[in-house]
Design a protein around this ligand. Structure first.
Ligand SMILES: Nc1nc2c(c(=O)[nH]1)N[C@H]1C(S)=C(S)[C@@H](COP(=O)(O)OP(=O)(O)OC[C@H]3O[C@@H](n4cnc5c(N)ncnc54)[C@H](O)[C@@H]3O)O[C@H]1N2
Ligand code: MOO
Length: 338
């Protein structure tokens, strides 16, 4: 702490609040601790009777919290991310510039926060975010921080911590299985659900083909949709253990690489994911038709963001994979899939 003439204080950092009192009208803080004194503040400070003020001395090897926040902004800001123009109380905010999937480099975020004196908080990764949505905030803890600490922070990650992967608008082919819908014993309720869920991301169902419980017919419908230009295939029904549940076998019959049949997500345990080349093929269990959110809602945005999911990605859903089935669904603002 150092006492200096207010007239010489431009660019210096106030080390305590300064109160203003206008009798009968106002009593409160005119300047906050940590404020960097600007040219236009000098007259005001003098009018408050502050011919001298106490300032923090920022030495050569130190930085003010606002400058440190800019550095954190640069460490965090990856693809399709923008920063708050104003830094308030040392905090910088990160916003999404696109409708897309939030990706966080969790390993390096952890290391950054392990440095101490740094607070870098994000939304959980792999959730869909809207344009303009705040996805993270960061600040340093002290008002003045060592430059060395910020250099260490800059050296932590070779890549930026936050990216938003924009969603692709894919053409979706749907094959719905089941004798009960093929022979019009009941009305199809699955098609509209899949259509609504993919249309929320700007995708389009090229065609829905309804087939009976016949393995060859199921696979044939899938092949037909590929010929029609489908960029993603979705099969509904026949995904569990009944003798008539032939969908997984039919999908495998079509060829491609099976990522997994079964997922540690409830609802969604009988989910299947496979790829024909890079083209995703999904088998959706009955729960997708009646539950508000399921494994399909976790996986779909990642596929639309261009990720090719692995068995590890699916297994990782186990932690947080249980939906709480709230009366009013708040997904993605809940623990499901986190
Ligand atoms: N013994 C076991 N039973 C079940 C298991 C299990 O592991 N062992 N898994 C359960 C889970 S989890 C789910 S989810 C369902 C999976 O159901 P499927 O995907 O096999 O669906 P289906 O058996 O074909 O049909 C179930 C139910 O839904 C109706 N349905 C199907 N498609 C349509 C449609 N397009 N429109 C309207 N209604 C449809 C169908 O008529 C059945 O009533 O299995 C559990 N059981
Ligand atoms: O596949 Mo079932 O999905 O858990 O309700």
């Amino acid at each position: 702490m150092k006492k200096i003439d207010t007239a010489d204080a431009v660019g210096q950092v106030l080390c305590h609040d300064i109160t203003e009192i206008v009798p009968g009208k106002f009593k409160g803080r005119a300047f906050k601790k940590g404020h960097i004194i600007r040219e236009e503040d000098v007259e005001k400070l003098l009018s408050l009777g502050k011919d001298h003020i106490y300032i923090f001395e920022i030495t050569e090897d130190e930085l003010h919290e606002n400058d440190a926040a800019h550095i954190l902004g640069n460490i965090g800001r990856g693809e399709n991310v923008s920063l708050s123009t104003e830094i308030k109380e040392g905090k910088i905010n990160f916003y999404s510039d696109a409708e897309g999937l939030l990706k966080i480099d969790r390993e390096h975020l952890f290391k950054l926060n392990m440095l101490g004196e740094i607070s870098f908080a994000t939304l959980p990764e792999n959730i869909p975010v809207k344009r303009g949505e705040m996805v993270a905030g960061a600040r340093v803890i002290p008002l003045i921080i060592k430059k060395r600490k910020m250099e260490m922070a800059q050296g932590i990650s070779p890549e930026k911590i936050i990216d938003i992967l924009p969603f692709k608008k894919m053409k979706v082919g749907v094959v719905s299985t089941g004798n009960e819908i093929y022979y019009n014993r009941i009305v199809d309720k699955f098609g509209p659900v899949v259509r609504r869920k993919v249309e929320e991301y700007g995708c389009q169902v090229v065609e829905q083909i309804i087939v009976p419980d016949d393995m060859e017919k199921i696979a044939e419908a899938g092949r037909k949709l590929l010929e029609k230009g489908a960029e993603m295939l979705v099969f509904t029904g026949g995904m569990s253990v009944d003798p008539d549940d032939l969908t997984p076998t039919a999908i495998m019959e079509m060829g491609g690489d099976l990522v997994g049949y079964g997922s540690p997500v409830l609802p969604g345990s009988m989910f299947l994911l496979s790829y024909i080349g890079d083209l995703p093929v999904m088998g959706l269990p009955g729960c997708v038709m009646y539950s508000k959110k399921t494994v399909f809602d976790l996986v779909l945005p990642r596929i639309l963001a261009g990720e090719k999911l692995t068995a590890e990605d699916i297994a990782a859903y186990g932690h947080g994979g249980l939906c709480q089935s709230c009366d009013e669904c708040r997904y993605p603002n809940c623990s499901f899939g986190k």
